[in-house]
Design a protein around this ligand. Sequence first.
Ligand code: SAH
Length: 208
Amino acid sequence: MMATKSELTQQLGVVAGFDDPRVDLEQYRTPPELAAHLVHTADLQGDIEGRTVLDLGCGTGMLALAAALRGPAGVVGIDLDPAPLAIARRNEARIATQTPISWIRGDATRLPLTPPEETTVLMNPPFGAQDGNEHADRAFLEQTAAVADVSYSIHNAGSAEFIEAFVADNGGTVTHAFAAEFDLPRTFPFHTENSKALDVEIFRIEWN
Ligand code: SAH
């Protein structure tokens, strides 16, 4: 029987975040509750079990590892930065999953691999929150459109119009959209509060 969402949240409590997060790469760890919510929802839709799950911009592995706990055929996490990938490996050992996982250093917008046909992409890509970087998530969506038949992605609130238009232009369909809060601890010097709830939107997209 499928474990509950709160059991998954609990299991993900051991997944460490970034040691020394880079602002240019928008390194923020997804909170365990939000990762569990996303992956539990995906699992209920039949999008995890037995499939290949690809986490684009995996960081320390939160989404990849959440998926690994729900019986996929295999998981691949890819990130530009080797530092969080080393933490992801330690996190993998902590959650003690049997799922085969590959951690790959590379550009998620120019994938160095060809995933199998039944691929689900999960991602919390850079939002382009910093000046001059607007819609950094576009390149991640372009790559997703090329390799996935279904995807779940986290974007900042107010992205719906952009997402709908992009997906329509790329022959896909947004089947689900839900709002969530992303609890952000103080990470960078320009953050003025100890923590802040960021409003985000999660989209399930079917690609053809
Ligand atoms: N998926 C993780 C991390 C999200 S932060 C989580 O949910 O906790 C965004 C991640 O994308 C960072 O780890 C950053 O290093 C990575 N990243 C940014 N641009 C990238 C690119 N072009 N290719 C691969 N990874 C990238």
